[in-house]
Design a protein around this ligand. Structure first.
Ligand SMILES: O=C(CO)COP(=O)(O)O
Length: 249
């Protein structure tokens, strides 16, 4: 059975005090599902978060990284820096990185290589904008995003890759893809992987859905056969809501 995962992407929210407070709330919750649970605070709070969650099963992950090992990249953070504060997993390719920071498939392919070379696990995000969905071009867009950033990899690399389908039109809008839309796309993603790498790889990769997942819709979305969990934005900022989603399996 594929690993179920619920990851909270805190985005640019929570200063140190707010981070400590949310972590304390999260630690007090009881998990009843078998999902792997992760939270992604901002860079400045990764070290503290890792210390605070040392004796918990919640993993602290990063929201982004640069592809270079080090050097003249003012304001950037490398894979080895993340590892040095105990991070083992990094989110790459989030639509906000693509849209506001001009991250192209080509840049993302380099980030993927750098993360894997540093033994970091990747949650790789992609998804179509509303115009693509409306024109029926969504599968083509998603397939291209996956191929451009990942299909230079060997099959073995997918042991360290989790995929996250996040339709841009459903992020922070309160509008979710319907469970059927999510299932259809996840099945398409698995077929795309299978065509290139074979069924074993395709059936072992966890594919998360992200975009306005809330306590009241998580169960139905996670109930779909090709949906292995969620990447949660807004609802991850509240411990009760986040754990309601974690326990929705
Ligand atoms: O972008 C997301 C997670 O990475 C989803 O955000 P929301 O859950 O706020 O829609």
């Amino acid at each position: 059975m594929r690993q179920q995962i619920v990851a909270g992407n805190w985005k640019m929210n929570n200063d140190l005090a707010q981070t400590e407070s949310l972590l304390a709330d999260l630690k007090s919750k009881t998990q009843t599902s078998n999902a792997e649970v992760m939270v992604a605070p901002t860079f400045t709070n990764l070290y503290h978060a890792n210390q605070a969650l040392k004796n918990s099963k919640i993993e602290v992950i990063a929201q982004n990284m640069h592809f270079a090992a080090n050097g003249a990249y003012t304001g950037e953070i490398s894979a080895s820096m993340l590892k040095s504060v105990g991070v083992k997993t990094v989110i790459l390719g989030h639509s906000e990185r693509r849209e506001y920071f001009n991250e192209t498939d080509e840049i993302l392919a380099k980030k993927v290589d750098a993360a894997l070379a540093n033994d970091l696990r990747i949650i790789f995000c992609f998804g179509e904008v509303l115009a693509d969905r409306k024109s029926g071009n969504h599968e083509n867009v998603v397939g291209t995003q996956i191929k451009n950033a990942l299909f230079h990899l060997e099959a073995a690399a997918f042991k360290n890759i989790v995929l996250a389908y996040e339709p841009v039109w459903a992020i922070g809008t309160g509008e979710t893809a319907s469970p059927e839309q999510a299932q259809d796309m996840h099945a398409f993603i698995r077929k795309t992987l299978s065509n290139k790498y074979g069924a074993d790889v395709a059936n072992s990769v966890s594919i998360l859905y992200g975009g306005s997942v809330k306590p009241n819709n998580a169960q139905e979305i996670f109930g779909k056969p090709d949906v292995d969990g969620g990447l949660i934005g807004g609802a991850a900022l509240n411990a009760d809501d986040f754990f309601a989603i974690v326990n929705a399996f």
